[in-house]
Design a protein around this ligand. Structure first.
Ligand code: TXA
Ligand code: MG
Length: 322
């Protein structure tokens, strides 16, 4: 399916496709999503099929700003309202108890539901035109790198969808922060641009880390967001050292580094990573996609700083690497 400019006419047509149970790829500020009518079980099944994703993995329901969350949630804790007041529309997904009138398929059979109100104007326009909730995981094959442009989404899932709306490159570039509020206390299931510290400031209580009892989230699988080329995370010192003893077996080799000066060696594809975390997140998936296509045997990525604002990026790099 060809990529379409996000005109009012095309957005309305996309909403019509959703109503008739088809899939639509649309932009959000984090990554592109592949959407279906969240109340249509058969349409949701199409998402699982297109992504090659196991049926028990829940998907996020996207809502317009004006939507009454109680249509979707059985409980709406005060903590949820505080986070929503601060961060919606924006890159935050809340896990709450599901209103049992909502099909369990959307939650992979769990009694919870993930809700998010995206800030991207095209996503908001589509939600308004459609008038309901849109179930949408990232528009990539299961386990692969999320798309941050319409072209990347098309290359992943184009043949499964009726429409691809072009909203430019996603501003943030990594997926939303996910906070579970279904157990009475907040648990960080997936870090993102909104950091643990920012969440704690709003809630005035510590945010726990996911444990074995936490709801299943596919983005929490260790191998996820991964390029096809084996990727390794190394310190700058290790990259330098290993380059000196580089064996023919490892080349051709791609290197993604934010601190080392570019090296022009035989069989080396060097890409400078942004130094600033906002730019790094914005470019990361597009850069990994590009490095994945160089025909290299390995991708070496320089490990990023361990400070709190890098947590979302560090998490994705960890899961993408071996
Ligand atoms: O930024 C984003 O969140 C993007 C854009 C398209 O909105 N979406 C996204 O969806 O990343 P997806 O499906 O690729 O990742 C959503 C994560 C998955 O790990 C899923 O398991 C988890 O959210 N999730 C969704 N509903 C859940 C629930 N009820 N309980 C636990 N985890 C849930
Ligand atoms: Mg995903």
């Amino acid at each position: 399916m060809a990529i379409q400019p996000a005109t009012t006419e095309n957005i309305n047509r996309a909403a019509q496709k959703l109503r008739s149970g088809e899939l639509v790829i649309f932009p959000t500020e984090t990554v592109y999503g592949v959407g279906a009518d969240a109340r249509n079980t058969e349409a949701i099944a199409k998402i699982y099929k297109a992504k090659g994703r196991p049926q028990d993995h829940p998907v996020i329901v996207h809502l317009a700003k004006e939507t009454d969350v109680r249509e979707w949630a059985a409980e709406w804790p005060p903590m949820a309202q505080r986070l929503v007041d601060m961060f919606w529309p924006g890159p935050l997904t809340l896990i709450v108890k599901r209103n049992l009138q909502i099909p369990a398929t959307v939650s992979g059979g769990q009694d919870t539901i993930g809700l998010r109100c995206p800030s991207h104007p095209v996503a908001q326009a589509l939600l308004h035109s459609f008038g309901g909730g849109i179930a949408a995981p990232s528009a990539n094959r299961f386990g692969r790198i999320s798309p941050t442009t319409a072209a990347h989404a098309e290359s992943e899932l184009g043949r499964y969808v009726e429409c691809i709306l072009n909203g430019g490159a996603s501003a943030i570039g990594i997926e939303s922060t996910i906070v579970d509020l279904s157990r009475g206390y907040p648990v960080l299931l997936r870090p993102g641009q909104i950091s643990r510290v920012a969440l704690q400031e709003v809630l005035s209580e510590p945010i726990r880390t996911a444990d074995a009892q936490a709801p299943r989230a596919s983005g929490m699988l260790e191998s996820h967001y991964a390029p096809k080329t084996p990727m390794y995370l190394l310190s700058a010192a290790d990259i330098t050292k290993k380059l000196q003893s580089l064996s023919a077996r490892q080349t051709p080799l791609a290197i993604y580094s934010h601190s080392l000066p570019a090296l022009d060696g035989q069989g080396l594809t060097w890409k400078a990573a942004p130094v600033n975390v906002v730019a790094y997140a914005h470019d990361l998936y597009a850069d990994l996609r590009q490095l994945d296509q160089q025909g290299c045997k390995q991708i070496w990525v320089e490990a990023v700083p361990q400070s709190i604002e890098w947590q979302g990026v560090a998490d994705r790099l960890f899961r993408a690497s071996r």
